[in-house]
Design a protein around this ligand. Sequence first.
Ligand SMILES: CC(C)(COP(=O)(O)OP(=O)(O)OC[C@H]1O[C@@H](n2cnc3c(N)ncnc32)[C@H](O)[C@@H]1OP(=O)(O)O)[C@@H](O)C(=O)NCCC(=O)NCCS
Length: 139
Amino acid sequence: MTVTIAGELPSREEVLALYAAVGWGAYTDDADRLMASLRGSYAVFTARDDAGGLVGLARTISDGHTIVYLQDILVHPDAQRSGVGGALLDRVISDAAGIRQLVLLTDAEGGQRAFYESRGFVEVHEVKPAPLRSFVRLG
Ligand SMILES: CC(C)(COP(=O)(O)OP(=O)(O)OC[C@H]1O[C@@H](n2cnc3c(N)ncnc32)[C@H](O)[C@@H]1OP(=O)(O)O)[C@@H](O)C(=O)NCCC(=O)NCCS
């Protein structure tokens, strides 16, 4: 599949269908908040197939200078393992060029670890020469 990566805000219907396809009900249960979170993001990147269908999305939060936080990256299950997520992540990385910290939180699941490691990400406790810690306070 050939995919086109672009910076754009997709339609509400496209967003809801994609987030529902990966089972992210915590987002789709409040569609207004989901769309507001996309509008409030630093960057939203889409992946579209040859027919223009939305097959993936990534969005970041950033000050544009010192830190980029990758909040969501998702690929429709029918399009996974065909390079779409990697192409989106490459775009996020190139968009963050010159910015020291590109960080994210994700589930402790092997496939996701392999996905991020494929693009050079390291779990914080494994950073060399000195390991780092990350903290989170979930509401
Ligand atoms: C994680 C996710 C975005 C990966 O997208 P993808 O399009 O399947 O990824 P790619 O095909 O570009 O994979 C790139 C590389 O990542 C690694 N990888 C990706 N998924 C993997 C898996 N399930 N198991 C092992 N390695 C994996 C591989 O090294 C892969 O290269 P390869 O296909 O040549 O082996 C996708 O599985 C997804 O949307 N999952 C549901 C939502 C999610 O969990 N998002 C991440 C948390 S925010």
